[in-house]
Design a binder for this molecule. Structure first.
Ligand code: FE2
Length: 230
């Protein structure tokens, strides 16, 4: 299938408990909201993995119904707005860790190691720059590791983050169409969709961050530049 070939041109397809290359409808084949007709708020996938997938690819190949508009939000852009408007909330979401899990399938209990990362993750060896957003409210576990004042601080920061995510200026809504493949950076861009009715068939996959980054670097660096960068 051409879409799968396209994915493999980027790098290896990541196999998970949802399979390798997906072909799915709202049939609840897996205990996950993606397999329903429910609206999905802006989120990143795989907060329950130690290393969330780097890229996600979607291709809508059949749709006979209403709704289901797709949403993308640039998480780095929203994070910058939060840092400007509320440095305290930014600091809170950069430090308070959030346990996560995937346990919708009877044979699955996936939790990251350590079992909790902040929403905003920074690289201490690269000027403390923001490198990854991890945010999916539906995969969040109980937060009983926090002191009571931290809980208030966390929810206050979360509300500010969520208000910015829902700001119309930060949302990009579009309709997926057969023939139009969407690939986005799951470490930076949040995605979602509106509720829908009818038959909606999507294909797609996850691609690993490291493999995609490798392809990206090799595609524009010479051998000398690669050696110099190490
Ligand atoms: Fe998702």
């Amino acid at each position: 299938m051409e879409t799968e070939e396209l994915a493999r041109r980027v790098c290896f397809i990541r196999e998970t408990h949802y399979g390798g290359f997906w072909d799915f409808t709202a049939n609840l084949e897996h205990g996950d909201t993606a397999y329903t007709t429910l609206p999905l708020k802006a989120h990143t996938d795989n907060t329950y993995f130690t290393d969330p997938s780097g890229l996600q690819m979607f291709h809508l190949i059949e749709f006979d119904g209403k709704g289901g508009t797709s949403l993308l939000v640039d998480g780095f852009y929203v994070a910058r707005q939060l840092r400007t408007k509320s440095p305290t909330a930014y600091e809170t979401l950069s430090t308070i860790t959030i346990p996560a899990h995937s346990a919708g399938d009877p044979n699955t209990l996936i939790q990251p190691t350590p079992n909790g990362y902040p929403i905003l993750n920074h690289d201490p060896l690269l000027n403390n720059s923001l490198y990854q957003i991890r945010y999916n409210n539906d995969d969040r576990s109980t937060m009983n590791h926090l002191e009571s004042e931290q809980v208030l601080e966390f929810y206050d920061a979360l509300r500010k983050w969520n208000n910015l995510l829902k700001d119309k200026h930060n949302e990009y809504w579009f309709q997926l169409k057969p023939g139009r493949v969407v690939i986005f950076d799951n470490w930076r861009v949040l995605h979602g969709r509106d509720k829908f009715s009818g038959h909606r068939r999507l294909i797609g996959c996850y691609l690993n961050w490291d493999d995609y980054q490798s392809r990206l670097k090799i595609s524009h660096l010479s051998q000398e530049e690669i050696l110099e960068s190490l």
